[in-house]
Write a protein that binds this ligand. Structure first.
Ligand code: GAL
Length: 797
């Protein structure tokens, strides 16, 4: 079919036109009107939406609500409402732009997005996690007449997910203006067929929307490094609509998580006078990798254990709204812990998230689906799967195959068809589709059935790498059961914790809930918390230490993907409502690390780690478990008010030093000892009453581009000596003084029910986070942080 189409186009070839109009991406996020009412009249161009609310995109209407038990998504879906929402935007186009080609690009709409331009219906997008675009050109008006885009978003069928999805146009929208003859981004494929120390090649394949005749087309390829130094330039004349060219290069710097070196590739379509008609820009990374069934994963010729985390798409108090500075903050917090790989559980992420992974250096296992034709929830994508899964898979791979960070495709997570023979055909078919579009990356799936005879997805023998979730006690069976296929621990752990909560440690890992017989934990805490000693897990999981120890010692496992890097909205195992967000994160929903963060940091980085837990505010004489995460040392000595409580160290089976101490107010000190010498120390003091707050504005660490930056203010409630007070929480008000808006607040507590968009938040175990946006980017902002006894003005630069 495709070939026929191409030859058809070649018969009607065009010479390149005179109008040279380089592509322009027009930011289309501002000035939308929004309503939660639903009426088809809203699609008409002449409908007046003056009474609607003005919003900026990206936008998630669900996150603005208080949490509630009444919503059909349930607490698994985040205890927030869905519904139907309409968006409208009016915009003019200048007379001189007549003749240009316009498409409207949506980064992601949850869910069922129907779009109209000037009353004309453009279609309905089904998959809530994929980008889509519509050609507006034939319906546009120029000059004095306005254009109106109307979008109906329908997230009313609930439940449709096992986690919080958000509702609305929750990723960026842009209007792309380009020349009538232009390059097709989705058909452009950039690969690096050869990568070695002294010789690499870059292959560029691209397609024009129309064929050009008799070598009339000129394409220019330009590769530059980040200092704008030209690495290669090639201009070629071609005819027809398809173009393929290889550039030979000498030594290039390789891309890796440690050194994510990128180059800029510009592909320009030129007219006969050398004027640019259209162009596409990409960041290119040169890297090669290999999965070996015995030795695991290697990158650029060197063994590399994948130290991965799974991440859902929400950004805490922002809900599903994608924001580059929030995502960058999240990724840098992961990087600092030693993470080198991300699994995008269980859906395509935003395009900008992948740009960040390219730039910051993360290997991405990019996942398509959480279910196929068999449902996990009544109204989930299984309803649309049969009709749409191939088209959606094609769009997904074409969208993301030019990112150097993406190194594997996953066609599914814990798919129910692994237990039934229909799984074979689906797996074969989808793998074939992916491979056709991208032969350079392995295809995998995350499986749970570890018995070959019973696993129909594995039986398809189509996957390049098999991922197994949980069941670490089966790991040694896998290489014989699935002979000759590389393996990864695609999901592990599912340990549960609330930041800052410490219940005494048990001899065994507590399973909450205890087994598949129970939906919830039966003997949990009355305040819906879970202890942050690494000692509690869902029954299918285990502690962080155990899971990592099991993966670490097996070379044949390419790596680990811990469930999860951050807490996320929804799936609050082990509790019913009012719990409304997950307990699985190594970092809480507000972005504040739980203690186990430092276990990973001690194992996964060279950063000097010495982290002591818990806080030091207990009842006199109470027996307290004291743990210490450390690295680069032989042992740790613990002192209570100057008296040594002994030296302890980690063991082959335990990644922390541990003591049991009878509480006495004062000072608990851990000293790290290497070769008999004290090399580092850390102190926990008993805190008095809260008298002040300390505010870390973070923005020097995480700001992105000056345009969409959010500022995350971490507020610590402290006593007169500056010690964080863990047991006298207070309500904080974030009160704008100058040039700021409060976007949201959070404290990481999974059962806090007030809306995450409000400017008031209780501290939780002494900490809370305010998310602030400046109105005028170039001016400083001022905000007042207030409790009933404390007031602090904070300047935001
Ligand atoms: C896994 C599943 C994840 C999440 C996790 C919670 O089985 O793949 O999506 O539900 O359990 O423990």
């Amino acid at each position: 079919m495709f070939n026929k189409l191409v030859s058809f186009l070649v018969l009607f070839v065009t010479a390149l036109p005179g109008i040279a109009q380089p592509r322009e991406a027009i930011d289309f996020n501002g000035g939308w009107s929004f309503t939660l009412e639903d009426d088809l009249q809203f699609r008409h161009a002449d409908f007046s939406a003056v009474n609607w609310k003005t919003v900026s995109l990206p936008h998630d209407w669900s996150i603005g609500f208080d949490f509630g038990e009444q919503y059909p998504a349930g607490n698994a879906g985040g205890a927030l409402p869905g519904g139907v929402g309409w968006y409208r935007k009016t915009f003019p186009l200048a007379e001189k732009d007549k003749g240009s080609h316009y498409t409207l690009h949506f980064g992601g709409v949850y869910r069922y997005a129907e779009v109209w331009i000037n009353g004309k219906y453009l279609g309905k997008n089904i998959n809530g996690y994929l980008s889509f675009e519509h050609d507006l050109t034939p319906y546009l008006r120029y000059g004095n007449e306005q254009n109106v885009v109307a979008v109906r978003v329908d997230n009313s069928l609930q439940p449709n997910s096992r986690w919080y999805t958000g509702s609305g146009i929750y990723r960026d929208v842009r209007l792309e203006k380009r020349s009538p003859i232009h390059l097709l981004r989705a058909e452009t494929f950039i690969t690096t067929p050869e990568v070695s120390a002294d010789k690499s090649t870059l292959r560029v394949q691209t397609v024009l929307n129309q064929a050009v005749s008799g070598k009339a087309g000129k394409l220019q390829l330009k590769l530059q490094d980040k200092n704008k130094k030209l690495i290669a330039e090639q201009t070629l004349a071609f005819s027809g609509s398809q173009f393929e060219e290889e550039i030979s290069l000498g030594t290039v710097a390789l891309w890796s998580p440690e050194r994510p070196t990128l180059y800029d590739l510009n592909i320009s379509l030129l007219d006969n006078n050398g004027k640019i008609i259209d162009e596409l820009n990409y960041q290119v990374g040169f890297r090669y990798f290999h999965f070996d069934e015995q030795k695991g994963f290697s990158l650029n010729g060197k063994p590399l254990k994948l130290r991965g985390v799974c991440l859902h798409h929400d950004l805490g108090a922002l809900g599903a709204v994608f924001n580059k500075s929030a995502a960058k903050r999240q990724l840098l917090i992961m990087k600092n812990m030693g993470v080198n790989a991300i699994r995008t559980a269980h859906n395509p992420p935003s395009e900008e998230f992948l740009d960040l992974c390219d730039e910051l250096g993360f290997l991405v296992q990019n996942e398509a689906y959480d279910m196929w034709a068999k449902r996990k929830n009544k109204f989930d994508y299984h309803l649309d799967f049969k009709e749409h899964h191939i088209d959606d898979l094609v769009r997904f791979v074409k969208r993301d195959r030019n990112h150097p960070s993406v190194f594997m495709w996953s066609i599914g997570n814990e798919i129910r068809e692994q237990f039934d023979s229909t799984g074979i055909a689906f797996t074969k078919n989808m793998t074939e589709v992916v491979k056709k579009l991208d032969p350079t990356r392995p295809v995998t799936a995350a499986l749970t059935e570890t018995n070959y005879e019973k696993n129909f997805i594995a039986q398809a023998q189509a996957l390049d790498v098999l991922g197994f979730n949980y069941k670490y006690f089966d790991y040694d069976r896998l290489p014989t059961e699935f002979k000759g296929v590389p393996l990864i621990a695609s999901e592990t752990t599912s340990a549960l914790q609330t930041r800052g909560v410490y219940d005494s440690v048990h001899d065994t890992i507590q399973l909450w809930p205890a087994s598949s017989q129970d939906k919830f934990v039966t003997n949990g805490n009355s305040d819906f918390t879970v202890s942050a000693y690494d000692n509690v897990a869902a029954y299918w999981g285990t502690s962080h230490e155990r899971a990592w120890l099991e993966v670490k010692k097996r070379d044949f496992l390419g790596g680990i993907f811990v469930w999860t890097g951050f807490d996320y909205l929804g799936e609050p195992v082990p509790y019913p409502y009012p719990a409304r967000s997950s307990y699985y994160g190594i970092v809480d929903l507000a972005g504040l690390p739980k203690d186990v963060y430092y276990m990973y940091q001690s194992e996964w980085t060279d950063t000097e780690v010495l982290h002591l837990l818990p806080h030091w505010n207990w009842k006199e004489g109470e027996s307290v478990d004291v743990w210490c995460y450390y690295n680069n040392a032989d042992e740790v000595e613990l002192f209570l008010n100057g008296r040594s409580l002994g030296k302890r160290s980690k063991t082959d089976d335990q990644l922390h030093a541990a003591w049991n101490v009878l509480f006495e107010a004062g000072e608990l000190k851990a000293v790290k000892i290497k070769d008999g010498k004290a090399v580092q120390e850390v102190v926990k003091k008993t805190a008095g009453k809260p008298v002040d707050v300390i505010v870390d504005t973070e923005h020097d660490r995480y700001a992105v581009d000056g345009l969409t930056d959010l500022h995350f203010l971490t507020v610590s409630l402290v006593d007169e000596h500056g010690t964080i007070v863990p047991d006298s929480d207070m309500e904080l008000s974030f009160i704008p003084q100058e040039n700021v808006t409060v976007i949201g607040t959070d404290n990481g507590y999974q059962a806090d029910l007030s809306s995450l968009s409000t400017p008031k938040r209780n501290t939780y175990k002494g900490l809370a986070v305010g998310i602030i946006k400046k109105q005028e980017i170039n001016n400083v902002g001022k905000i007042l942080i207030k409790t009933n006894i404390i007031e602090k003005e904070v300047i935001i630069k």
